[in-house]
Design a protein. Structure first.
Length: 151
């Protein structure tokens, strides 16, 4: 199979694999962010999962509040960007930052922490999205790039 034709065809299996991984990742983060922002509330998220949960650590309280309030909005916005396939690099950077921060928090609470039902699968999906980045012909980014090329 010719790799070149694989990346140029929106109906190629690699393109659908990229679309599927990106869409699932986007849905997971968008819905988590939506729930945290509009149902739970970002301040309550920060208080319950960050400030109270990590009050006995070396982390300053202001940083717990900042991270706890910001994460729901980052998840919501970057999840929506992933769903649309627009500004995927920025979205991936934001989601990767959230995953790194959450992993750090889990390790701070439990130094031998090795697995999370949330963090590891999401990280694997993000890695797949990044590995198939150029193959994602069904993204808005790809569509806009094709339209910008004079024919």
């Amino acid at each position: 199979m010719n790799r070149e034709s694989d990346t140029g065809d929106a109906f190629a299996p690699r393109s659908w694999a990229a679309f599927t991984a990106r869409t699932i990742l986007g849905l997971i983060f968008f819905m988590a962010g939506f729930w945290k922002v509009f149902e739970l509330g970002a301040v309550q998220h920060a208080r319950g999962l960050f400030v109270e949960g990590y009050a006995d650590t070396f982390l300053p309280t202001w940083s717990l509040w900042a991270a706890g309030v910001a994460i729901p909005f980052i998840e919501l916005i970057c999840g929506a960007l992933m769903l649309a396939g627009w500004q995927r690099r920025i979205a991936a950077l934001g989601l990767g930052g959230v995953l790194i921060l959450v992993t750090f928090g889990h390790l701070l609470a439990e130094p031998l922490y090795v697995f999370s039902a949330h963090v590891i699968p999401r990280t694997l999906l993000l890695v797949i999205v990044l590995l198939l980045f150029e193959d994602d012909r069904l993204s808005l980014d790809s569509w806009l790039a094709r339209r910008a090329i004079p024919r």
